[in-house]
Each structure stands twice: as C-alpha cells, then as structure tokens.
Design a protein around this ligand. Structure first.
Ligand code: ADE
Length: 241
C-alpha cells in the first residue's frame, strides 16, 4: 500500500480533502494510506515558532528547518527500511506538473509532501530532504497544501484499482495527445437542448469518428502546442504505414 505523508502547519486542510470522494475511497480500499504531521508539534517551546525572519533581510517569513527535519525523521522511522520515497515540495519555482509526472508518482511507493507557507522554506530543507520541486502552474497560491493535494489527486487516480474502470483514466485528456471530447447522458433532450444524434445511433464506428473529430477541433483551438505534437505523431504513423 502506498503511504502518503503531509508535513504541514494546517493538517485540517489536508484531512478533509483526503477523506472524501475518490481519495477517501482509495484509502478504504487499502490502496493508499494518508498521514499528516503537524509542524507545530515539532517546534521548540516556549513559543513553538515554525517560521522566522530571513537572513540578509527581505520581505516575508521563512519556514524554519528544525520542525521540518524532525517531522521528516519521524516519517522515515514509520516507513519500512529502504522503501522507495519521493519528497515533494510544491513551489511556484518548481518543474511544471503534467500527466507524465503524475504517472511517475503513482508508481512510487511512498510520497512525502512538505508544505511551505510564508515567503519560502529554509534552503537546507530543499537541499537535504526534497527530491522533487513541483509547480502546478504560473500563478502563486498562499500555501503548499492546495498544490500538494492537486498533485496527489492526479497521481492517486492513476493507481490501478483506484478508479472503477482504469480505462476511464486512459481516455482522459493528456493520457493521449488530444483533449477529451464532449460527453452527454440522459435525458436525450433537456430544455430543448438535444444530445448529438450520432451518439444514440448505435453505430460504433461513426461514434468513434465523431469523438475523434470533436477532440481534434477542441485541441486545435485551445492547445496549438498539443495540436502540433499530435500532427507530427499522426504523420509519423502515416509514414510508417
Ligand atoms: N505554492 C504556491 N504557489 C504554487 C504553485 N503555483 N505551484 C506549486 N506550489 C505553489
């Protein structure tokens, strides 16, 4: 079973998310187990501070090394010896996250997320503990919990057995080269809005063609970068044939 740890000053933020929906179900199925370590529990008395002023001056506070190193040591003591662990630090200056990175993490035994707040974390944490510095996009959030949960969610749903039909993850946008096509369900007509008749035709070949065309149109308009890549790939297949 995959073990996932969050080192965070706000464990409540994490607990509510991982106990619900597909992540919660994955834990009940014993495919993954979630743990939180509250960084304040590893801070020194009497003030239990986990942040401090940056050396050299500048705006914002920096997460102190001691609580993070201590919490990390406790996590390592709870994990089986020599098990494969990745230590993830979500940060806007990290490598941008994508489907391949999610797949890679889904295949890893243990995940440990270090969640920074404040201006940043003491660089020694990044140098000594962190294996992966990951950004979820070019914008800045107030803390590491939300990006950590985004990364976790994307990885956990790719663990075989987490989704009811593994196939449904395989047909997602980015698993292939094209964006996903539109989907419809009952009722066939709703407030005068009809579902595309082809989807109700029972003609599987036509349905597949329609879905592919829709995906292609959407990709062409929204993601010229993916569209270019897809065309190169298709040309490659055509040349090979
Ligand atoms: N922390 C704050 N903003 C972030 C982002 N965009 N990605 C990852 N971690 C972050």
């Amino acid at each position: 079973m995959k073990q996932v740890y969050f080192l965070t000053p706000f464990p409540g933020m994490v607990k509510t998310v991982v106990s619900e929906s597909i992540l919660g179900r994955a834990e009940k199925k014993e495919l993954v187990q979630f743990h939180t370590k509250n960084l304040f529990d590893f801070a020194d008395p009497p003030h239990y501070r986990i942040d401090d002023y940056p050396f050299g001056g500048g705006a914002g506070m920096v997460l102190k090394p001691e609580p993070v190193f201590r919490a990390y040591d406790e996590v390592i003591s709870e994990l089986p010896e020599n098990s494969d662990s990745r230590v993830i630090f979500p940060t806007p200056d990290g490598k941008v996250f994508d489907h391949d990175a999610a797949l890679n993490l889904s295949r890893c035994q243990n995940l440990i997320f270090i969640n920074g707040h404040y201006k940043g974390v003491d660089q020694r944490i990044r140098d000594e503990l962190v294996t992966d510095e990951i950004s979820i996009g070019d914008y800045v959030l107030t803390g590491g919990e939300l990006p950590a949960l985004v990364i976790l969610d994307a990885a956990v749903r790719l663990i075989p057995g987490v989704l009811n039909s593994y196939e449904s993850a395989e047909s997602d946008s980015f698993a292939g080269e094209l964006l996903d096509c539109p989907h419809y369900t009952r009722p066939e007509s709703f407030r005068n809005l009809d579902s595309p008749p082809v989807l109700l035709s029972g003609n599987h070949k036509e349905i597949e063609n329609w879905k592919k065309k829709q995906s292609e149109e959407k990709t062409k308009i929204r993601r010229p970068d993916l569209w270019k890549k897809y065309n190169k790939l298709e040309d490659g297949i055509k040349n090979y044939e």
